[in-house]
Design a protein around this ligand. Structure first.
Ligand code: PLP
Length: 466
């Protein structure tokens, strides 16, 4: 496909602008452009076709199956978008007087009550812009808590090796020393390893449950008890609440603080660079340290982001929660778990699950033996899936599994789609035995084959150069 600059023809265009009816002013000297910007010159027809063509090259949830583990690429109901587009929400100014934005205030209060109920927390802020930002906010609460009590020897945050990479990064950014602990062979926290590192210098533990291999840690109550006994606090990475919302609550598992990715579980698509919201909830003892997410009320507040955060994402999440209701929320979670187990059971005859047991909302395949036998890697399988119209699963994560493919089908996929996906995996398994060379070269039908991934990230070409 040609770039829009390559389609440009000098003199062609579509400017139907009325004559300028305001005085022309010139820019102060030195700020003026030296030459005219090189904009593509193209007719409206060709412009429209260009973007429609680009749109066809993109794979989104509305195009097909998207089992990108840990990202919860579920279908997001249209009604959520419609509510977020209401002019009463889109046309307010963040500095508008409080008595004119009471509806927005009510949105924040209502969703705070709902999500505190879902997580078992006492208070919540909606300021953070995403998951990692929420972690940063939450771990600062833990720091504040210890500091306010004069307990300054607590310098260490414990993070299991199965954690999302943002967890150790967050702890380090907040000034803590990161203590890694290994997982037990079943993928859960190794209790002896945990006991060995707990002590007077423990500020807290960061954990996700179900963890990144899709397993619910059965010792969770003991884990949080041990951390509390040592004087530490427990942080719950709730980026992926899809398996447990409405079923079990982080607060009841013993956690003191949690972040949620509203842009995974609660109706805003994850990925694509769009706005997110990393809501942070906490128990009462931490609530005084929360940044204030109230719309401007004239008072000075600690903030981690301007005003009320990405407010429209919050409107979508509230619509989603209210439309599913008390019965729908746990039903969505249960269907997410059912779909993951169904797909894992259907794929199991060929590719090998890293942990052969009931999973939560996602599961991990371990292709290391398959690679030894066929020479075909997890990357080759992922790239071949593109030709079949399926978005690849998450690859090479979590790090504790080699040649990992992590699949999260979500609750919004039908049984027919899951059957089709299992069939595609079976076909690729057979193809790897017959023609591994073909798979090393995949994808064969996509716009781009295999980009040089190192160069693409180290020396990206982001600008058209004629
Ligand atoms: C996605 C994710 C995060 C980070 O969320 P972002 O919004 O991408 O910053 C953190 N932890 C887990 C477990 C996640 O899946």
């Amino acid at each position: 496909m040609k770039l829009i600059f390559e389609k440009s023809v000098p003199g062609r265009g579509m400017a139907y602008l009325p004559a300028c009816d305001v005085p022309t002013v010139s820019m102060p000297a030195g700020l003026e452009r030296r030459e005219k910007p090189k904009l593509p010159q193209i007719s409206e027809t060709d412009l429209s076709r260009h973007y429609t063509e680009l749109n066809k090259q993109v794979h989104g949830v509305n195009c097909g199956f998207y089992p990108l583990g840990s990202c919860t690429m579920k279908y997001n109901p249209r009604i959520d978008e419609e509510m977020a587009a209401l002019s009463g929400f889109t046309d307010i100014h963040p500095l508008a007087p409080k008595h004119t934005t009471e509806g927005c205030q009510e949105v924040l209060d209502t969703i705070r009550t709902a999500l505190c109920e879902i997580t078992g927390m006492d208070d919540m802020t909606f300021q953070p812009a995403a998951g990692a930002h929420g972690e940063f906010t939450g771990v600062l609460l833990i720091k504040q808590y210890h500091d306010a009590r004069g307990d300054t020897k607590r310098k260490k945050i414990i993070v299991p090796d199965s954690a999302h990479g943002t967890n150790p990064a967050t702890a380090a950014m907040c000034g803590f020393q990161v203590v890694n602990i290994p997982s037990a062979p079943d993928g859960c926290v190794d209790l002896d390893a945990l006991k060995a590192v707990l002590g007077e210098d423990t500020a807290g533990l960061m954990l996700t449950n179900p963890n990144t291999v899709g397993i619910f840690d059965e010792h969770i109550l003991e884990i949080t008890r041990l951390v509390h006994e040592a004087g530490g606090l427990c942080y719950y990475d709730g980026a992926n609440l899809n398996a447990v919302m409405g079923v079990v609550r982080p607060g009841d598992m013993g956690f003191d603080c949690v972040h949620l990715n509203l842009h995974k579980t609660f109706a805003t698509p994850h990925g694509g660079g769009g706005p997110g919201a990393g809501a942070v909830g906490c128990k009462a003892k931490l609530a005084q340290f929360l940044p204030k997410s109230a719309l401007m009320d004239g008072e000075e507040h600690v903030q981690v982001r301007g005003f009320a955060g990405n407010f429209l994402v919050v409107v979508k999440a509230l619509t989603y929660i209210l439309s599913l209701g008390r019965e729908g929320i746990p039903e969505a979670a249960q269907n997410a778990v059912l779909n993951a187990n169904y797909l894992m059971a259907k794929i199991k005859g060929t590719f090998t699950p890293a942990f052969d047991r009931i999973c939560m909302h996602e599961f991990v395949l371990d292709l290391s033996k398959f690679k030894k036998e066929t020479g075909v890697s997890a990357l080759d399988v992922a790239k071949t899936l593109i030709d079949y119209g399926m978005h690849p699963p998450t690859m090479y994560f979590p790090m504790i599994v080699h040649e990992a493919l992590m699949l999260e089908p979500t609750e919004t996929e039908s049984r027919e789609t899951l059957d089709w996906a299992a069939e595609v995996f079976r076909e690729l398994y057979a193809l790897a035995q017959e023609n591994p060379g073909y798979m090393h070269e995949s994808p064969h039908h996509a716009q781009i084959g295999r980009p040089d991934e190192v160069r693409a990230s180290r020396a990206p070409i982001l600008r058209y150069q004629a």
